[in-house]
Design a protein around this ligand. Structure first.
Ligand SMILES: NC(=O)c1ccc[n+]([C@@H]2O[C@H](COP(=O)([O-])OP(=O)(O)OC[C@H]3O[C@@H](n4cnc5c(N)ncnc54)[C@H](OP(=O)(O)O)[C@@H]3O)[C@@H](O)[C@H]2O)c1
Length: 288
């Protein structure tokens, strides 16, 4: 049996959907059953456990062999995910697939607690005795959900990234499609780190795609990192998140997200990665 942590989130729900399409009935380990029903449907198998609750997780994981983890980032994400690794091991699971961050973000001395957290979890996983696979998706197309109100009301995408810098985004549905297949074939994928993205584009091009699909002008406005930081502080975003988002913008400026890596999606999923056009077509109602 396969268990999915983070199943109510962006990537987790895509992974569950893909597993279902492939004929599996994964167990979704969630903290809120009402939300799980709303997001995943009435028929989905769920077990309740918070990722801070080791014994509830161990109980929920009885009989599970493979575990998929994509939980939200926060300063305690390392403790939470290491807790999941330990619960999985104690419950008798033998394969663990973790969605991590990009190479430029993850490291023992990363500026952001998110990158340091992912690194600590990866190291714990590698030393756990479990078979593992690590997934490194590119920047999520779904990050533009945060621009929905601005696109809808003002026809503007305002983000602290250069507009013409090549960027390789990924639709989280591709991460789900790849993750599901990796889960189903540990023999082939255990011990691998997959870094993957969609095809290179840039934010001015992405805005043009919004314009074409929504049938109204949408322009990209590059905010400076300083302006963005000021705005985040004015909105009372916590320090760790401001530092994280600023570090992502700085890394982007230095080209950290400008390398295309479409082969894992092509090879493992067997099709081209989803495009920004397909992304906007699917979610058009959120932006108009
Ligand atoms: N954004 C990017 O461009 C990007 C790029 C590469 C990697 N990443 C990585 O991707 C991950 C985020 O993926 P995502 O956006 O798909 O996640 P997400 O939408 O934020 O979903 C997070 C999931 O974790 C669950 N969760 C959080 N705290 C929990 C708790 N205490 N107990 C049980 N469940 C809990 C949430 O449950 P609820 O629904 O109940 O809240 C939700 O299902 C992060 O690790 C991030 O570093 C992001």
């Amino acid at each position: 049996m396969i268990a999915v942590f983070g199943a109510t989130g962006n990537t987790g729900r895509a992974t569950v959907k893909e597993l279902q399409t492939l004929g599996e009935q994964p167990l979704c380990i969630v903290r809120n059953s009402d939300k799980a029903r709303e997001v995943l449907g009435e028929d989905v198998r769920t077990a309740l456990a918070d990722i801070t609750d080791r014994s509830a997780m161990e109980k929920a994981l009885k009989g599970v062999k493979s575990v998929f983890v994509v939980t939200g980032h926060n300063p305690d994400a390392d403790k939470q995910q290491i807790n999941i690794i330990e619960a999985a091991k104690a419950a008798g699971a033998n394969y663990f697939v973790k969605v991590s961050g990009g190479k430029a973000i993850v490291g023992p001395n990363a500026e952001s607690v998110v990158g340091r957290g992912h690194y600590a979890v990866e190291e714990a996983l590698k030393g756990s005795g479990l078979r593992w696979t690590i997934l490194r998706p590119g920047l999520f197309m779904q990050n533009t959900f945060g621009q929905a109100v601005s696109i809808k009301n003002d026809g503007k995408m305002i983000m602290p990234f250069p507009g013409t810098m090549p960027l390789a985004f990924i639709d989280v549905r591709d991460t789900g499609a790849l993750g599901a297949r990796v889960l189903l074939d540990p023999g082939k994928h255990a011990g691998k780190v997959y870094e993957f993205t969609g095809v290179l584009t840039n934010l001015e091009e992405f805005a043009k795609v919004f314009s074409q699909v929504l049938g109204k002008p949408v322009t990209f406005v590059a905010a400076s990192i300083e302006q963005a930081e000021k705005g985040m502080r004015a909105r009372n975003l916590p320090d760790w998140l401001v530092t994280h988002l600023v570090s992502v913008s700085r890394a982007a400026e230095q080209g950290a997200f400008s390398t295309e890596a479409t082969q894992p999606i092509r090879d493992i999923v067997g099709r081209a990665p989803l495009t920004t056009k397909q992304f906007v077509e699917t979610y058009a109602s959120l932006f108009s």
